[in-house]
Design a protein around this ligand. Structure first.
Ligand code: PEP
Ligand code: MN
Length: 335
């Protein structure tokens, strides 16, 4: 962090600030120009608040030179992190597709979809048991019964399961039953939930909030990573913009930005990112071409009858075609 003093700053004021910084364990380097006096702070500046420092009358500007995410950032961890679940790898060259319905609805539905996506080459089965619906009157998911059905589908197909947690009261159940715990967009900044999930030592799929910046997503990951042996997969799922032609605006540039700033695997959700089944195919391919380490895609055997997100769900047949095309794009971009 760099502090630029006002030309009117007195020697006493500068010494006072330098003393405060040194008492926080920071090394202070003073650079004196003709008309400006600059103080470079070296050490762990993550505890400092630029806003609080600016309250000092003698300081003109505060410049942050270091990203505030130490655990998620690439600066201290240059190698790609790899998240491996039941033989499926994401990150560091590993690529996997998570597929399944928005919500688990019945045994027949989840088993049929699970078998189809497995046959097409999916690495994970996704399915919501606890659904964050905008309306309290909409289908809320089957809850614990839904998790049981996902477990049955895992047993049948061997696919690891991905499901969203909303309420910390189920942390124990998720730790036991679910292979990848999803934190949905609406809970990306539920900091107590993030901390608690980070204690479980399980892979966490962290979705970008509807109106959150890339840095806020990385700071949310920081909360999870502070826990014991936790692993995080980041997910771009579209953000709210002025555009109404799509449900959200899928921010494809988030993929290379996240991969430059962070070592964590990055996957993309073209289903929530666009909101329309016929946009999923092209945007999934675009995400792969842009360097995503995986995808999460809503697939339903009867999209017209789906209890949640049918308009953005693709059929197993289309999913099969998409997987073939994904393989071609991956081959094309590999050097
Ligand atoms: C979901 O994956 O079904 C979901 C609700 O996603 P998001 O949190 O991204 O809206
Ligand atoms: Mn959904």
């Amino acid at each position: 962090m760099i502090l630029i003093m006002k030309p009117s700053a007195t020697r006493e004021e500068i010494t006072e600030i330098a003393g405060q910084m040194e008492s926080l364990g920071l090394a202070v380097h003073e650079i004196k120009g003709e008309n400006t006096f600059v103080m470079g702070l070296v050490g762990d500046t993550s505890v400092l608040s630029a806003e609080a420092i600016m309250r000092n009358e003698c300081i003109d500007r505060v410049l942050k030179v270091q990203e505030p995410y130490k655990l998620a950032g690439r600066r201290f961890h240059s190698e790609d992190s790899v998240v491996e679940v039941m033989g499926h790898r994401l990150g560091g060259g590993g690529f996997a597709v998570m597929a399944g319905p928005c919500s688990v609805e019945s045994e027949d539905q989840i088993l049929s979809i699970a078998k189809d996506v497995k046959a097409a080459g999916a690495g994970f089965l996704r399915g919501g048991a606890f659904k964050p619906r905008s309306s309290p009157y909409a289908f809320q998911g089957l809850g614990l019964d839904g998790l049981e059905l996902l477990k049955a589908a895992r047993k049948e197909t061997g696919l690891p399961i991905v499901s969203e947690i909303m309420d910390p009261q189920y942390l124990g159940v998720f730790a036991e039953d679910v292979d990848v715990i999803q934190i949905g967009a609406r809970n990306m900044q539920n900091f107590s939930l993030l901390r608690e999930v980070g204690q479980l030592g399980k892979p966490v799929l962290l979705k970008r909030g509807l109106s959150n910046t890339i840095d806020e997503l990385l700071m949310a990951a920081e909360y999870v990573l502070a826990g014991d042996k936790s692993q995080v997969i980041l997910c771009e799922r579209g953000i709210r913009t002025f555009e109404t032609a799509t449900r959200n605006t899928l921010d494809l540039s988030a993929i290379p930005v996240l991969k430059q700033r962070s070592h964590l695997p990055v996957i993309v959700d073209p289903s929530h990112g666009t909101g329309y089944w016929n946009l999923v195919f092209p945007m999934a391919l675009a995400a792969v071409a842009a360097g995503a380490d995986g995808l999460i895609i809503e697939v339903h055997n009867r999209p017209d009858k789906a209890l949640c997100d049918g308009q953005q769900s693709i059929t197993p047949a289309l999913f099969g075609k998409l997987m073939e095309r994904i393989a071609l794009v991956r081959e094309a971009i590999q050097q």
